[in-house]
Design a protein around this ligand. Sequence first.
Ligand SMILES: NCCC[C@H](NC(=O)CCC(=O)O)C(=O)O
Length: 448
Amino acid sequence: MVKHAVEVNFDGLVGPTHNYAGLSWGNVASGVNVNAVSNPREAALQGLAKMKRLADRGYTQCVLPPHERPHTPSLQALGFSGTEAQILERAARSAPSILAAVSSASPMWTANAATVSPSADTADHRVHFTPANLSAKFHRSIEHTVTGRVLQSIFADEAFFAHHPALPSVSHFGDEGAANHTRLCSQYGEPGVELFVYGQVAFNEQALAPGKYPARQTLEASQAIARLHGLKDRNRVFAQQNPLAIDAGVFHNDVIAVGNGNTLFYHDMAFLNEAQMLDDIRARLTGAELETVRVSSAEVPLEDAVASYLFNSQLLNTPDGMLLAVPGECREVASVSRYLDGLLASDGPITAVEVFDVKQSMRNGGGPACLRLRVVLNDDELHAMHQGVILTDVLYERLTTWVETHYRSELASTDLADPMLLEEVRKALDELTGILGLGAIYDFQRVP
Ligand SMILES: NCCC[C@H](NC(=O)CCC(=O)O)C(=O)O
């Protein structure tokens, strides 16, 4: 019997140290906005407003907490010693890039938090989670420990949920989580086809790979996740990203493709071997025909797709078709805005477009889809998970007040060494774990 299931979106709450440090080579926005002054308060409120709008429309919306930043244990591991103030001061003086890396609010992009396989797809019929090692970028490689703790705290019941440690943190198994993973199905509760998209093959030096920018996800990582999660051949497809797209700034596949239900929305430059991939999906998808919404380079040039983040949109079911939740930048790029008008006039599966302002995050290369981790849960699983992270009106109000109380409205790279900032962050996060009922998830809460 197929169980009723829903897609739950877990958005990352933007952390109090949100800043522009230019840490992500290959991510165009991160490079362009390096050293701009950020507004962490506005960033967090924009994220909360997106969550609230979707919750108000009836979607089950949850929150994932930010991480402790600057992360002084990472600085200590790299040889900076003394009091916390001295550690920050010494890092700022001799290694400002390292201080910036351990201060990034990058855990906000929860599409990179983990890969999640719904119970309808897995061999043991549990929901499987693997935090992404994010080994391609130092500032992101320090996320998975706390991400794993948070996911285990929320999905604690072993009868329903299985947790794996992150893959080995080396480039051979570079894993960027759900940003390179999308699932196609007829109904959420039916077995689906999980599409794993990788940037390069690690153990074959001859294989085609991008020449300019790094490919963050490897085939070997994707295959390992599929094995760990107990996915059978009929529940998984592996496809390579077009290296030309990566070299044009498509550092994750979710910058150029998004799937939901039986629909795959993508750009014609997204995949290296599109025809084969579509055949592989069609051969496996049961209960529905695959619908493709393919955007040609003639309609939307690749650079416009990257500038607007058209494909970094959330594709959501509505009672009559699908809603595309796009970033505001899509209406600022002429070809994309025109395309969206045409899309709405067509009679395809996407029947509505709504604009969301997540500009603070966009300037670091994170659109609406980067900010959320999708977790398909059946009714029993939804009931079994920790309820304190579900966004209700009350929680929205509490989190908004919490942000307004604790967040600065300006942050420059020179502020990262301010010991007051670290104190503010810890005070705020300590309060947040209380609000969300998550227990001691941060290092500073666990040190005796
Ligand atoms: N899925 C969107 C991820 C965006 C993220 N940006 C960053 O980390 C930029 C941070 C900075 O440059 O300060 C990344 O590239 O992984």
